[in-house]
Design a protein around this ligand. Structure first.
Ligand SMILES: *Cc1c(COP(=O)(O)O)cnc(C)c1O
Length: 446
């Protein structure tokens, strides 16, 4: 779990950091490290209770350990604790953040996006929908039934009407259902999810872009989870077509703390048109003093933010550039392959009923059973039994008609069915598929 070389690497970088401040008069706050150590050990004991997110046998929710370079860069910068709200708080880390934004923008094909890091995907989507509401006041936000649940809540916070387009059995937005909503003329913005949180579906962006020729609306892409797969080389045809046209949308959310190897507190909003920055104008009497340059706080809703997030992301992009074919892209390909491999193994098993083929690295599968109630119960039991063998899964409640498309003989009237769900976010998962599958089989049969 932990390599001593990592601590040694951190110490060296801290020496370098300290050299930058060595001309200051000596100042030594006096800390009681025995007391600190005792409390720290107590905290570490409590942390033993967490699920082992870093291990390949954790194959449940969207949890992925940060890369050591991100962890170390974050930790190193904490000795200063920069605040990227304003240049007073973080000169260097603000410049790093701007570089990170430029890199993420160019990954999607944007030359001069406006954007910044924020607390996570929810905050990033809040900014996107806030801008959407300012540009189309009084008009609706539309997303799919499988969109992240926070879009409805964010719309509520912003007092914007929100509506849902239906999805097809594979979880993608149904274009006919969307067009029906658009024909009312009151839709300002469509949220297109590239990689839904539940099943990893890729909404049909090319068709939705086609509708924009007939009906005028903004497109916001929520790629909080799926965004980095843009540079993967092993996407299926549908996902590839969608990502190939991502540059044509108005705004994009991507979460570096999901697939970008970052510690939490790192979401990102990008706007194609930098002129939306004007919407953020305000007159704060106390924030900006040291420079006339653009402060990140002038283009974000949040004020104080961890500059450490920017330092960590910058270091990660430096070590692992987001090039198609590079190490980072290849690690994403392994996740795609792992998901397909698990899906195929499960599809051959009598104990499980596979749902949609994974478009990214999320596999959703039902437990075999006599009817919906029995299948749902079996899924919950497999979930619990697997955990006793250190295999950690997730559960998902899906509309029954989604499952029935893949399992036509399924009987029962319940509206939803409990299925199993595995996010195979770690490239190491690829080498652990047989082990994961055999534990699933024993958990299903015992
Ligand atoms: C995770 C996720 C979010 C929310 O992001 P947080 O970083 O958890 O706030 C929004 N949309 C999608 C598609 C997500 O997967």
């Amino acid at each position: 779990m932990f390599d001593l070389a990592e601590i040694e690497t951190l110490r060296k970088s801290l020496d370098t950091l300290a050299k930058g401040f060595s001309d200051l008069p000596d100042f030594g706050p006096d800390h009681d490290y025995a007391a600190i150590g005792a409390v720290l050990n107590e905290a570490a004991k409590k942390m033993q209770e967490n699920f082992p997110y870093h291990h390949p046998l954790y194959a449940g929710q969207m949890l992925k350990p940060p890369h050591p370079v991100a962890r170390l860069a974050y930790a190193m910068s904490l000795w200063l604790n920069p605040n990227n709200h304003a240049l007073d708080g973080g000169i260097a880390s603000s410049a790093m953040e701007k570089e990170c934004i430029a890199n993420l923008g160019s990954m999607f094909g944007w030359e001069k996006p406006l954007g910044h890091i924020c607390g996570g995907g929810t905050m990033a989507n809040l900014e996107a929908l806030w801008v959407a509401g300012r540009l189309h006041p009084g008009k609706k936000i539309v997303a799919s039934e499988q969109t992240h649940y926070t879009h409805a809540r964010i719309s509520d916070v912003l007092s914007l009407a929100f509506d849902e387009a239906a999805v097809s059995a594979d979880g993608r937005m149904d274009v006919d259902s969307l067009e029906k909503l658009l024909s009312n003329g009151d839709v300002g913005t469509v949220v297109v999810t590239l990689g839904t949180t539940g099943v990893g579906a890729i909404d049909p962006l090319p068709e939705i872009l086609g509708l924009r020729d007939k009906h005028e609306f903004r497109i916001h892409v929520d790629a909080a989870y799926g965004g980095y797969f843009h540079i993967a080389s092993k996407l299926g045809a549908n996902a590839r077509r969608a990502f190939d046209r991502i540059r044509e949308v108005d705004s994009i959310v991507i979460d570096p703390h999901k697939h970008g190897l970052q510690p939490y507190g790192c979401g990102c909003i990008l706007f194609c048109d930098p002129a939306v920055g004007n919407l953020y104008k305000h007159d704060s009497p106390y924030t900006y003093f040291t420079s006339d340059d653009l402060h990140l706080g002038e283009i974000s809703l949040e004020c104080s933010r961890a500059g450490a997030s920017a330092v960590a992301l910058w270091a990660t992009q430096k070590l692992l550039p987001m090039n198609p074919g590079g190490d980072f892209a290849r690690s994403l390909d392994k996740c795609l392959l792992a998901a397909r491999a698990l899906w195929q193994r499960l599809d051959q098993s009598d104990s499980f009923k596979c749902l949609m083929m994974p478009e990214i690295d999320i596999v959703v599968y039902a437990a075999n059973g006599d009817d919906i109630t029995d299948s749902s119960r079996n899924a919950r039991e497999i979930f619990a039994r697997a955990a006793t063998q250190n295999l950690h899964l997730a559960l998902i409640e899906l509309p029954t008609n989604m499952a029935r498309h893949y399992w036509p003989e399924l009987t029962g009237d319940e509206e939803t069915i409990t299925c199993l769900r595995s996010c195979l976010m770690k490239p190491e998962h690829l080498d652990w598929i047989e082990q994961i599958f055999s534990t699933l089989e024993t958990s299903a049969k015992s």
